[in-house]
Design a protein around this ligand. Structure first.
Ligand SMILES: [Zn+2]
Ligand SMILES: [Zn+2]
Length: 349
């Protein structure tokens, strides 16, 4: 079979390799769709602390496929089952895992990072991932591409839950990438009455309208603060999500939040830029709730699957670039190009 191995910074090679053997507590998944994530781009550019130098790894943690082999001690799965993989596998016994918050487990392992991921034709699913519920069966109404995109969507779902986005809310999303689009979709489903998306790329701002945004602001031409205040009659936004990695946007979010507003610092900041001066009096006197979410839990993933299967949003349209596995480098270039949305590697018959 073919597999795209990451060997080190800037070094990814498509190679011929035997189909993995599985142990009795494992599954073999025939990968049908694997989306390229910003994390994959970052690993190829800068490495990852969980991939030691001198080892190789198949990246790709937004993955879906078909079960083709079931270890003898595995229960609950049959050959032919269609499944999506939630990458972060918790340890199962720390206090966060016990609360169902596997995304906060300090001893997590991850498909596509500590185990070989989706940019290969067949993926071995470790027993630990099966036992922790990280392979989720998907209904027939969901395509493999949609199933692969459940992972980023579930992260936006987690944010929306934490923000308690509700009917009547004005939501401001700063950032026009695929994650920004996921925030638009889930905010729409949550009932937001107005969604404003801000960013610097016209092509992507245009796309965000397709996913359900009501207004867009190109911040390279227009002052964001002025635009938001005009659109909200000087009130500000009830919910603000910083889906970008710009420190100043975090500080500005406090200014643009309405009284009683909720803010989610969704995008992490580059190392060295994470100390941000914030006017905490804005938090105090406006009674803001400022927080963040990272990743998603197994439950978030299940809920996301139900929402997407309901047909209320256009998750499949996020896959604006489809590639074959032997075009893996083009897929990465497409994702890094920031013009379309998601690059998805699709493996058909
Ligand atoms: Zn991802
Ligand atoms: Zn744990």
């Amino acid at each position: 079979m073919k597999a795209a191995y990451y060997y080190g910074i800037g070094d990814m090679r498509l190679e011929e390799t035997p189909v993995p053997d599985i142990a009795e507590d494992e599954l073999l998944l025939r990968v049908r769709a694997a989306a390229v994530c910003g994390t994959d781009l970052r690993i190829l550019k800068a490495g990852h602390f969980k991939i030691p130098e001198g080892s190789r790894r198949v990246l790709g943690h937004e993955t879906a496929g078909e079960v083709v082999k079931v270890g003898s001690s595995v229960t609950g799965f049959d050959v032919g089952d269609r499944g999506a993989a939630l990458p972060n596998v918790g340890c199962g016994h720390c206090r966060w895992c016990l609360k169902g918050l596997n995304q906060l487990c300090p001893d997590y392992e991850a498909l596509g990072i500590s185990y070989d991921g989706g940019f290969q034709e067949y993926m071995r699913v470790p027993g630990r991932a099966i036992q922790r519920g990280n392979i989720i069966k998907i209904p027939a109404s969901l395509s493999y591409v949609e199933a692969a995109l459940l992972e980023p969507f579930s992260c936006a779902y987690n944010a929306s839950e934490s923000l308690r986005t509700a009917p009547g809310d004005t939501v401001l999303i700063v950032g026009t990438g695929p994650i920004g689009a996921c925030h638009v979709m889930i905010s729409r489903v949550a009932g937001a009455s107005r969604i404003i998306v801000a960013g610097r790329t016209d092509a992507r701002l245009e796309l965000s309208l397709h996913f359900g945004a009501d207004f867009t602001v190109n911040t390279s031409r227009t002052d964001l603060g002025q635009a938001v205040m005009e659109l909200t009659d000087g009130v500000g936004a009830d919910v603000i999500i910083t889906a970008c990695s710009v420190p100043e946007v975090q500080a500005q979010a406090l200014e643009l939040a309405a009284r009683g507003g909720r803010v989610n610092f969704f995008g992490g900041l580059p190392r060295g830029q994470e100390i941000v001066p914030l006017n905490t009096n804005l938090i105090h006197y406006k009674e803001l709730q400022v927080g963040a979410t990272t990743g998603s839990s197994v439950l978030d993933f299940h809920q996301s699957m139900r929402i997407v299967a309901s047909g209320k949003l256009r998750l499949a349209d996020l896959a604006t670039g489809l590639f074959r596995l032997d075009q893996i480098h083009q897929a990465f270039d497409y994702a890094a190009g920031r013009q379309g949305m998601k690059a998805v590697v699709v493996m058909d018959d």
